[in-house]
Structures are given as C-alpha cells and as structure tokens.
Design a protein around this ligand. Structure first.
Ligand SMILES: Cc1cc2nc3c(=O)[nH]c(=O)nc-3n(C[C@H](O)[C@H](O)[C@H](O)COP(=O)(O)OP(=O)(O)OC[C@H]3O[C@@H](n4cnc5c(N)ncnc54)[C@H](O)[C@@H]3O)c2cc1C
Length: 452
C-alpha cells in the first residue's frame, strides 16, 4: 500500500483504464477516472469496435492479480474456444485445436466486460474509505506537467481543470495523453494503417437460444486476402466479422455483387447470417479501419505513463490487444509494489522492460493475419503444426508452440516467445531437410541397387 494519499488521474475508462483504476485504488492511491463517453452501464450507443473479444491467459492473470474474486465475477459466462473451425468453400468444417492439453481462449462480450469493471469500481467504492471518482462525458484535452500534473478537460460543455500527482493515460489508439507526452520526451512513434477494413455481422441464435454452429470454436472462413470469422455470444448468437482490403469492400456495392461474392466464397454462412442482412451490412453498416501504433518510451519521470492501446494499438489477429493491455496493468502494479511506490523507478523500469515485448506482439499480430486467412489451409503449415504439436506433447518442458506461449503462458514474455519459437523453427527446418535428405539418399541407394 502507498503510504501518502497520492492522487492519480486515469484518462480513459475503457477496459484497460477501468482495470488500472481499480488496481491503483487497491494499492491506496486516490484515483479519479475520466472518460469522454457516457457511463457504459447506461449508455445507449454501441461502438463500432468488436462486440465480443477473446480473453486469454495474460488478461485473466491480470484480472486475478487485481482481485481474484473480481476476476471470477467479471469472467462469469465466458465461452471457451478450444480451437479454430475452418470452413472451406464447400461448407465442410475442420477443427484445429489451439492448445496441446485442452487449453482455450474465451469469447467475452466487450460491453458487458466494460460494464462489469465499472460495477466493480462501484462495489469497491461501497466499502473503501478513499473512493474512485468517476467522471464520464469528460473529454480530456491536454495534460501538462508542472510540480504535479494539470489535466484540462471539457465536462458538460464547460472547460475544467484538475491537478493530480500523476497521470495514467489509457485513452486508446488516438490518445491525447500520448500526444502531450510526445512534447515532453524523445518518444519514438509510428502509426500505420493496414489496408484492411472490417465489418461486423450477426448470426442469430437457433431455437430456444441454441447455437447453430459449435460455440467452442473460433470459426474462420479463410480466403487468403480476405476472411470471415465468428465468435459465440452467451445468448446463442455469434458475432461475425468480415476482414478484407478496402478496395474489395468498396467494390461490393450492389446487392447482386454482394450476393455473388458470398455465394462464391461463404456459401454456408449465408443461411446463418441471412442474405438480406449481409447486403444491409455491406451497404449501410460502418466500416472499421485497422492500424498499428507503436511507440517508446511510455513515461515522463514519475508524472505520466501510457498503457493499453494508447501505447500499442495492434491489429486484432492474435486476439491480444486487450490481453496485452491488461498485462500492462499487472506489470505496472507489480513494479509499483516491488519498488515500494517509488514511481520514478517503477515507471522507468516499466519502459525499459516492456518495449521489446510490445514490439514483438505488434509484429506477431500482423503476421497472424496470414496464418488465419491463408496458412490454415496449407498442407505444409498443417504438417509443421502437427510436428510442433507432437514435439510439444513429447517434451512439454523443452518444446512449446508459439501460439501456446503467446496465448496460454503469461510466464513467458512476448519477446522471449518469439526468440524461443525462432529457435524451434530452425530445428524444425533442419529436421525437414534431414527427412528430405534421407528420402533422397534412400531413393538413390535403391535405384543404384536396382540398376546393378
Ligand atoms: C475488431 C477488433 C477485434 C478485437 N478483438 C480482440 C480480441 O479478441 N482480444 C483482445 O485482447 N483484443 C482485441 N481487440 C483489441 C482491443 O479491443 C483493444 O486492445 C482494447 O479495447 C484496448 O483497450 P484500452 O482500454 O486500451 O482502449 P479503448 O478500449 O480504446 O478505451 C479507451 C477509452 O478512453 C476514452 N477516451 C479516449 N480519448 C479520451 C479523451 N480525450 N478524454 C477522455 N477519455 C478518452 C474512450 O472513450 C475509451 O473509453 C480487438 C480490436 C478490434 C478493433
């Protein structure tokens, strides 16, 4: 626990901001949480962002680190997905397991998770002496460092100003805190739009809330340069997302072209979503852009630090954006604890130790698009995956597939996972060349003997 009641402004009450606010308050900080949106528990608007997402080991560990019982409550009702279900052009389905020992990633409702975290803040407030102050509809316009930190924001149409000892920026991809931080430190920063757009569709439940396809799989219709995916919701429905290049989506304008495109590529998805709904979606629904934001450093002295999408916005193909943001929270809280709330040391250590890992997961997320949309149907990929799995089962201490390290092993950092996997891939390649060499040598010997 921090001794003095130092005050912190957490900017952004999204998934990461709500969790870090709770974690800091439990450590004894006096927390004020600001968000430009209205309270998600009462808000009517739905954001364009995915309706459900996959929460896995790193995210779950962070939730448990903040509060075991809270984690149980907010994760109640998650749907385990033990693998992918690949849908081919003819509608045949093939299951590919994620883990070697029954591990799963889990589908969770984004809005419900955000609401649950805010409810947990209220629950904390009901017994805590120092309550978390929640200010919704507060658009932060800048943070300025002086003796402490000055937060300027607009609330109910009026400009407001608060002073805090420090600020945590969890205000997402277009972070204002990051922009303010960039003026204070020599921050390396990159932002790249990916030529990929996404559209969300809905697969309604079957009779009596039943699931019309297997809920315990992440469904993928991989078509190389574009794909469709679907994740189950608790009520028997699925949220389906189409990913494809902008040019392709913009070319699908008339009902006829959309119908032709779906009949050719996603025949078995048509009865699930409904042709009229597909056409409505492609012609009227908002389209999401995907981009990567990478930066470092993440802090200015002990005054300001950014976490979550504000520090690393990634494409969603490894299902790690939120999980990684939750892991940021755990690591930051652990460092504060370990350094007895010497914030300067904790923040500097965070920046030093986190940069390599964030760089690694950003790269992996981008690369995984090819795995999901294309590799999963390649026989070489499937052969290597099988071999990877066999070795992982035979020597679980010494051989761990990359997906397992990233999604199920929060004790292995993202950058170590990449290094370890590169080593394993080199061994697999040697083994493959060895096998090819043996076959060639055997054939040559056989032919030589026959010709004698
Ligand atoms: C299609 C899609 C699918 C995804 N699937 C997954 C998945 O399966 N698994 C996974 O782990 N991740 C997934 N992600 C990534 C995940 O959504 C993000 O990583 C996560 O939401 C980041 O949380 P955050 O709290 O850092 O940012 P956000 O969720 O963006 O929250 C930021 C908050 O800050 C507020 N804010 C912004 N600016 C201001 C301001 N100036 N003043 C006050 N408040 C402000 C916003 O209103 C918002 O509430 C997916 C993303 C997309 C787009």
């Amino acid at each position: 626990m921090v001794e003095s009641k130092e005050s912190v402004g957490v900017i952004g009450a999204g998934l990461v901001g709500a969790l870090v606010a709770l974690g800091l308050a439990k450590q004894g900080y006096k927390v004020t949480l600001y968000d430009l949106r209205s309270d998600p528990r009462t808000a009517k608007e739905t954001s364009l962002r995915s309706i459900n997402l996959a929460v896995s080991e790193r995210g779950i560990r962070a939730l448990r680190y903040v509060d075991e019982e809270m984690a149980e409550r907010v994760l109640d009702g998650i749907i385990p997905m033990h693998g992918r279900m690949i849908h081919d052009l003819d509608g045949n389905q093939e299951s590919q397991l994620y883990g070697l020992f029954g591990e799963a990633i889990n589908s969770i409702d984004r809005k419900k998770l955000n609401q649950s975290l805010i409810e947990e803040i209220e629950l904390f407030n009901s017994t805590a002496k120092s309550k978390i102050e929640l200010i919704f509809e507060a658009k932060v316009t800048s943070v300025q460092v002086n003796g402490g930190v000055t937060i300027d924001y607009v609330h109910a149409g009026e400009p407001q100003r608060d002073h805090k000892d420090f600020v945590v920026g969890a205000d997402g991809t277009y972070s204002v805190v990051r922009q303010s931080l960039q003026k204070l430190i020599r921050m390396n920063y990159s932002q790249e739009y990916i030529d990929m757009c996404y559209l969300e569709m809905y697969i309604p439940p079957g009779p009596n809330g039943s699931f019309r396809i297997d809920p315990n799989r992440l469904h993928i219709w991989p078509r190389k340069t574009f794909m469709l995916i679907a994740l189950a919701n608790q009520d028997g429905s699925f949220t389906s997302t189409f990913f494809g290049p902008w040019e392709l989506v913009e070319s699908l304008q008339s009902p006829k072209t959309i119908e032709f495109f779906f009949k050719k590529n996603f025949k078995d998805a048509i009865p699930l979503i409904g042709l009229d709904k597909i056409i409505e979606c492609f012609t009227t629904y908002p389209r999401g852009a995907l981009m990567q934001v990478n930066c470092s450093k993440y802090n200015f002295e002990d005054k300001c630090i950014i976490i979550g999408d504000a520090a690393h916005s990634m494409v969603p193909f490894y299902g790690q954006g939120m999980n990684c943001g939750f892991e940021d929270v755990r690591i930051l809280l652990e460092l504060l604890e370990k350094n007895r709330h010497d914030r300067r040391t904790a923040f500097d250590t965070y920046t030093e130790s986190r940069a390599e890992d964030l760089k690694a997961i950003l790269k992996l997320a981008l690369r995984n698009y090819h795995e999901m949309s294309s590799d999963v149907t390649s026989s070489i990929y499937l052969f290597r995956k099988k071999l990877d799995g066999v070795l992982g089962r035979l020597m679980p201490q010494h051989w761990i597939p990359l997906y397992t390290m990233v999604s199920f092993r929060s004790d292995i950092s993202y950058s170590d996972a990449v290094k370890f996997s590169q080593k394993q891939q080199r061994i697999l390649k040697w083994a493959e060349w060895g096998a090819v060499g043996s076959i060639l040598a055997g054939s040559a010997l056989y032919l030589a003997r026959r010709s004698k």
